[in-house]
Every structure is written in C-alpha cells, then in structure tokens.
Design a protein around this ligand. Structure first.
Ligand code: AMP
Ligand code: MN
Ligand code: MN
Ligand code: MN
Length: 284
C-alpha cells in the first residue's frame, strides 16, 4: 500500500495541545507513515519528535510553518525537511519570535483597554513552550467566560477591526522561502484556500512564491473543502507546482480533522514527495 503522508501538524512547541512525542505516537496509531511536525515559527519540538519516531515505524520530517506578511495579509509557508540546526533558518525564526513577544504584549494592552485584564499572564498559563500565539489568548478568554469557544474568540476579539487585533508584520515571502531553502527544505504554501484570495490575487501570490523558489501548494488540507482541493490542484498544474497534503492537526480537542483521515491528492497532481530535492528520496 502507498505510504500515508501528513505533512502539516502542531505540538505544544507552538499552539498544539499534544507534546511532540504524544503527537508522533497518535499519528502512528492512526496509520500515518510520514509525519511532518510544522510548528509555527519554531523548531523547538523537532528533537523530541525525532526521538519518539526513532522507536516507531514512522518517518518524522522536521518542518516549520513560517508566518509571512504579503500584501498586508498573513500567509503561512511550510518548510518541509529542513535541517533544524541551520543557522540562517534559526536566526530568521528568532526574529519572528521577537515580533511575537512584542505582539503578545500589544494584544494584552489592547484587551486591557476593552476591560479584559491580565491577558498576558493568562495566555501564558496555556503555553507549554516558548511561543505565545493568539490561540493561547483565545483559550484564556474562553476560560474567563468571554466566549464559548476558541473560534468565537477569534471572531469577536482577535481578527481585524476587533479589540484585541494587532497587525502582523512578519517576514517577507522571499525571506521565508530563502530560509527554508538555506536549510535544505522544500517550501509549500499552507492551506491556500483559507486566505480567500481572488483568482488574480492568488495568481500573484503563486507567481511571487515560484519566483522566490517555492515548490508546492498544500492542495489537501484538513481545512479545505473538496471543491477547494480541486481548485488548488488545478492551480498547481497551471504553475508547474507540486501538491502537498496535511491535516494542520492541533490536538484532539480542536481538530479540523483527525490524524490519518486525509483524502488522497486529486488526480493529475505531482505529489511533493516526487519533487526534486525531496528530503526522503531513496529513504522512505
Ligand atoms: P498566530 O500565529 O499567533 O497569529 O496564531 C495563528 C493560529 O491561530 C492559527 O495557526 C490557528 O491555529 C489559530 N486560528 C486562526 N484563526 C482561527 C479561527 N478563526 N478559529 C480558530 N483558530 C484560529
Ligand atoms: Mn495554529
Ligand atoms: Mn496556518
Ligand atoms: Mn498550521
């Protein structure tokens, strides 16, 4: 049987709720053969995940999901098969961490102004690693009874024009792809349908991404509808890109989809695992 790939997942090193080792074990139990750990802007979970995978029939691909600002929007770029020791990548992620720390203070300050105090300390209670994401703020606001769900917190507090929103100034698309390539990885645009881009804007994004050295689109995502998968498959063919698939798993309580349940790639796509420079070529 063809191996089962899940090339997008999160652990407690960013905003997932399972520790890296627990994530790897759950993925194996769900029948995943190749798992990429792609925490937001950090490689902190990779060592533990690799150690855990070493004892199992599962290949762990070190990865990262980099936050990018493109045309005043936040776009996520996956780096698959990166060398976690690469200094260009590590330094770049360090810069993003500095922005994140500043942004967390700003989010807390803004929430305070709208009557919600103690959010920085409150959100920090929900983190297990170094990184503080909007998801941690959302969990705190739910705990405090300001909303019934994480999803509702985002809608009411954490997105554009809402009281706790702080504009992102992450890194550039070219810079993110550059770090990924420097670290020997392949760059993939994460969940491309989630940005709600017009056709012409999507074309511009993909064009800029290809010019920077990006190689794939996440065609199958836990957050894509079947129509969105078909559309993104057509976009890969049009631009000569490869297709990736990932659940974007964040833990059992907030899954887009459970591990091991991804659909296969639509017909006519070139899978990312057949791309030039695929890090496991000849290995798995
Ligand atoms: P950050 O990188 O700190 O801005 O947080 C982004 C993360 O927040 C995403 O990776 C998702 O896990 C989560 N997120 C973003 N929008 C939503 C939403 N509408 N509902 C639930 N979670 C969301
Ligand atoms: Mn997330
Ligand atoms: Mn994302
Ligand atoms: Mn993700």
């Amino acid at each position: 049987m063809a191996p089962s790939y899940d090339l997008h997942s999160h652990s407690t090193a960013s905003d997932g709720t399972l520790a890296p080792a627990a994530l790897v074990q759950r993925a194996r139990s769900a029948g995943v053969d190749v798992l990429a750990l792609t925490d937001h802007d950090t490689l902190d979970g990779v060592d533990e995940a690799l150690r855990s995978a070493a004892a199992l029939p599962l290949t762990l691909l070190p990865g990262v999901e980099i936050s990018v600002t493109w045309c005043a929007m936040t776009i996520h770029v996956l780096g698959l098969g990166v060398d976690p020791a690469n200094s260009d990548l590590r330094q770049g992620l360090g810069e993003l961490q500095t922005f994140r720390d500043w942004r967390a203070q700003e989010i807390a300050r803004k929430l305070e102004r709208s009557g919600i105090g103690g959010a920085l300390e409150g959100a920090a209670q929900f983190r297990k690693g170094a990184l503080l994401s909007r998801t941690h703020f959302a969990r705190f606001l739910v705990q405090q009874g300001h909303a019934a769900s994480v999803r509702e917190v985002f809608k009411r507090f954490l997105v554009k024009d809402k009281p706790g929103y702080v504009r992102g100034e992450w890194t550039s698309l070219a810079q993110a792809v550059g770090w990924i390539r420097a670290a020997g990885g392949l760059a993939v645009i994460a969940h491309p349908a989630r940005y709600r881009l017009t056709r012409s804007k999507l074309k511009r994004l993909v064009g800029a991404f290809v010019d920077s050295g990006g190689v794939g689109l996440e065609v199958v995502s836990g957050s894509h509808s079947v129509d969105e998968m078909r559309h993104m498959a057509a976009v890969t063919r049009e631009h000569g890109l490869c297709a990736s698939c990932g659940s974007d798993y964040h833990g059992p309580e907030n899954a887009w989809i459970e591990l091991g349940r991804l659909r296969g790639l639509p017909h006519g796509c070139t899978p990312i695992w057949e791309a030039d420079g695929w890090p496991l070529a000849g290995a798995a």
